[in-house]
Write a protein that binds this ligand. Structure first.
Ligand SMILES: Cc1cc2nc3c(=O)[nH]c(=O)nc-3n(C[C@H](O)[C@H](O)[C@H](O)COP(=O)(O)OP(=O)(O)OC[C@H]3O[C@@H](n4cnc5c(N)ncnc54)[C@H](O)[C@@H]3O)c2cc1C
Length: 563
């Protein structure tokens, strides 16, 4: 391990970049490349075994200093790179993570994504570093620097374990990549924070900001404002307003921004949409080993910002209006935003499980979607997941890392028709996952939180009541487009109809006053386009959503040329 030079100790501590490789010559070469590019701003710490590297990290921790990035070789004796990163993250959870391998090692990459949500997977050697190493690290260091990594500067959330709103607040912060600490109200630290805030625990959650301000039962907008998320547009007229920040919206925003359109994206909760909640997306082009939803979102968000797109979070669009040649979107709080064009990319929201007793337990043991914030809380417990599609399969894999046992409840008699083969194989290979086909959840009960579930066999109708504290529901989605009622044409399920599908028997949609047919992704309102899952007949996939976002921007240009 390289001891820090005395002169280095004397300076104000720079954050460290730690690299560990058991081959001394490689280790030295990595450190040399890092020092050349980052030595001014970061302290480069080099180790030749995982144990040595962990000792160095503990020392850095004790000195109250920071680690910005960890580069670990995969194949090391005693402890491999993934195990090392896992332990290192306990000490420095916000450090960016890179795994190094000598050749493409798919198993290592998959483990790294699953276990430590690795940021990057680099093949050695990376000559020239200017092309292969520095661009990767530049992005990661920028990301690290954008977060306030000092733990004493983290937000603290005090609440009840089984409180729906406490869960929503943590989910909101996690999905927006805001680091926080979670304290139960009855724990000593939680009680201390409540006392300091002058609260007796009857109004929860309480969110304590680093500046000491306590937000009692905050709304998402309160939280967004407090943690510095952008909620207000910088101007009131744009070329393009994108509504929804999932893959389709982010795709549209990146293309819009990169092609010079003044673009603003408005997102209700957190960018990433459904994809942002996926623990591992395996079929998106360019990520042969998969990518977690949060990584993909992170990158897309940065890409949009790079092209000067404004990203507004925690703003719910509740209305759309044509005002002359302008298209105006209305917000829940009465504010509005105008543009030449709009792309609707509002996706779908989870369908609720309609079984007696479950509605009241939402957020208190019953969760819609991956709810990965709950993973560690399920440690050693039994988890039920309902659904037969890939999203349910991914969740089962994710929770099997924490739970004692995961039961996947599937109504059909097999997974073959609804889930990808690779996931079915992964489920079969996981010892603590049980797949219960021909089974429905028909009820649930619990006082404060979920305590039992009633399962019904679709074969003979017999029922069984099981003890359960955790249920995650993945039974598909439905668009939430009521606010577009009477404004543009939707199908009977609420999906937005576009392009050729609007022209029936040669007739253009009612109110259409242009002497051309609607462009491919154009809705029944000229200049308003739709992309992704919310479009009728769309393919519900990340790639198609991104593709439609990009294509919608091309059509926006065509529309603007003729304006
Ligand atoms: C857990 C899970 C795993 C998945 N895994 C895969 C996979 O491995 N591969 C794959 O190809 N697909 C996968 N999918 C499907 C894929 O994620 C979706 O097809 C894709 O996210 C659709 O993108 P979208 O942008 O159209 O919509 P969404 O992702 O649904 O995003 C829509 C966004 O719009 C916002 N919004 C909605 N209404 C408003 C409003 N009125 N105002 C402001 N904002 C609003 C929402 O909050 C949301 O963020 C998965 C889905 C889930 C749930």
């Amino acid at each position: 391990m390289t001891a820090p030079a005395p002169a280095e100790n004397a300076r104000v501590a720079r954050p460290a970049i730690l690299t560990v490789d058991d081959d001394p010559s490689v280790s030295r070469a990595v450190a040399r490349d890092l020092r050349r590019q980052y030595g001014e701003r970061y302290r480069i710490v080099r180790a030749e075994s995982a144990g040595q590297a962990l000792d160095a990290l503990k020392e850095i921790k004790l000195r109250g200093e920071e680690v910005a990035a960890l580069l670990a070789d995969y194949r090391m004796p005693q402890m491999d790179g993934v195990e090392f990163l896992e332990q290192a993250l306990d000490l420095f959870p916000l450090a960016r993570r890179v795994l190094l391998t000598a050749y493409a090692d798919t198993d290592a990459a998959i483990r790294a994504i699953n276990d430590v949500d690795v940021d990057h997977y680099l093949l050695k050697p990376w000559d020239p570093p200017e092309e292969k190493l520095y661009p990767v690290l530049d992005g990661l260091l920028e990301l690290w620097a954008s977060v306030d990594h000092r733990q004493d500067r983290w937000i603290r959330v005090v609440g009840h374990r089984w409180s729906a709103r406490s869960y929503e607040v943590r989910d909101f912060l996690a999905r927006n990549s805001v680091p926080y600490r979670w304290h139960l109200a009855e724990d000593p630290e939680g009680a201390r924070l409540l006392a300091a805030a002058g609260e007796d625990g009857s109004r929860l959650p309480v969110v304590v900001a680093p500046d000491g301000e306590a937000l009692v039962e905050p709304t998402d907008a309160d939280l967004a404002a407090k943690v510095g998320l952008n909620t207000a547009p910088s101007t009131d007229f744009y070329d393009l307003v994108v509504v929804g920040g999932g893959p389709a919206g982010l795709g549209a925003a990146v293309y819009g921004g990169s092609e010079g359109l003044r673009t603003v994206l408005v997102e209700r909760i957190a960018t990433g949409g459904q994809a942002g909640q996926s623990s591992r997306i395996e079929n998106y082009l360019g990520f042969p080993d998969g990518v977690s939803g949060s990584q993909l979102t992170d990158r897309a968000r940065r890409q949009a910002l790079k092209f000067d797109v404004e990203l507004l979070t925690a703003r719910d669009v509740t209305g759309l209006e044509q005002r002359g040649s302008a298209r105006v979107v209305h917000f829940a709080d009465g504010a509005e935003l105008a543009a030449h064009t709009v792309i609707l990319a509002t996706g779908v929201s989870y369908r609720m499980l309609d079984a007696p007793g479950l509605a009241d337990l939402s957020g208190r043991g019953v969760y819609y979607g991956a709810a990965t914030t709950e993973g560690p809380n399920c440690a050693g417990k039994d988890v039920y997941i309902v659904g037969g599609a890939n999203s349910a399969g991914q969740a089962a894999m994710y929770f099997s890392r924490h739970a004692r046992k995961v039961v996947l409840v599937v109504r059909a008699d097999s997974l073959e028709r609804s889930m990808s083969r690779y996931l079915i194989d992964q489920l079969a290979g996981q010892h603590n996952i049980e797949v219960r086909t021909c089974t429905q959840i028909v009820g649930g009960s619990g006082d404060d939180h979920l305590e039992t579930l009633t399962l019904r066999s679709t074969v003979d109708g017999s029922t069984e009541t099981v003890k359960a504290s955790w249920l995650f529901v993945f039974i598909g989605g439905a668009p939430r487009t009521d606010w577009l009622d009477g404004v543009l044409t939707r199908d009977h399920r609420g999906f937005v109809i576009a392009g050729p599908d609007l022209v029936i028997d040669g007739k253009r949609p009612p109110g259409w006053d242009l002497d051309r047919d609607p462009y491919h992704l154009e809705t029944s309102v000229p200049g308003v386009f739709v992309a992704g899952d919310v479009r009728a007949e769309s393919v519900k996939r990340v790639a198609s959503a991104v593709g439609e976002g990009a294509m919608a921007v091309t059509l926006v240009h065509r529309y603007l040329e003729k304006l």
